[in-house]
Write a protein that binds this ligand. Structure first.
Ligand SMILES: [Zn+2]
Length: 238
């Protein structure tokens, strides 16, 4: 059975009851449903705990998609943790503080891609900081100027909304693709679109805050030259 990805419907769920479906040979725990974001799109997998019926905790270090079956999510325990039994009822509890920082940075990186409307060649999200790599023909980027533009977008208090769209709807609305800052992937039948007010629209499977106001003040901490046409821009929660 594919794992039900509750974080896709509600990124603000901090805990959920779940049932253990399997424990693989390396200790990875499969639940029927999860609020733990699995590593992908430059965002690290979530950490947290599984609370057992007797109140004992199993510490989860990270979360990944099962390499054997990408529709399943593996909760990877820290070393030395007890293994639950298939069929066991647990409560999955997120390390919420860390996740919220990642959601704030992730949403801020969407805004950074608006401030710098160039092709993005890479990116990464940390706990309170993150970066995007841009294919930019020339340099001349200024940290203070970028930060000012970024914080002006944050200050617009724009709602972040998500909706699913089918490939058929995309084909019927070519203008929609034109307004997107990133081209949607094809072939899976449907695409999840993330809109930030009328500021940004792009396909994304990640976790975001509900309103840009939650990002707070952002600093541009570094602009690195990575090759002739590449600039790495680092940001951090101020
Ligand atoms: Zn996103």
């Amino acid at each position: 059975m594919p794992t039900e990805l509750l974080f896709r419907q509600d990124a603000y769920l901090k805990e959920t009851p779940a049932t253990v479906e399997a424990v693989n040979e390396r200790g990875g725990i499969v639940l029927d449903r999860t609020i733990f974001y699995a590593t992908g799109g430059g965002q690290p997998g979530d950490a947290g705990h599984l609370r057992r019926a007797d109140g004992n905790l199993i510490a989860i270090g990270t979360t990944i998609y099962d390499p054997e079956d990408k529709s399943r999510v593996l909760h990877v325990p820290l070393e030395g943790q007890p293994a639950p039994a298939p069929g066991e009822a647990v409560t999955a509890i997120l390390d919420w503080e860390r996740r919220l920082k990642r959601m704030r940075i992730h949403t801020a990186l969407h805004l950074l891609s608006v401030v710098l409307p160039y092709p993005v060649t890479g990116g990464s999200i940390g706990d309170g900081d993150g970066r995007l790599d841009f294919d930019i023909p020339e340099g001349g980027l200024d940290k203070a100027e970028l930060a000012e533009k970024l914080n002006a977008l944050v200050a617009r208090n724009a709602d972040v909304t998500e909706r699913w769209i089918t490939d058929a709807e995309l084909d019927a609305n070519p203008g929609l693709v034109k307004t997107m800052s990133v081209k949607p992937p094809r072939g899976s039948g449907r695409v999840r679109l993330v809109a930030i007010g009328d500021i940004d629209l792009q396909p994304c499977g990640g976790t975001h805050v509900r309103n840009t106001a939650e990002i707070g003040l952002v600093a541009v901490t570094d602009i690195e030259k990575k090759g002739k046409q590449n600039r790495r821009v680092r940001i951090a929660l101020a």
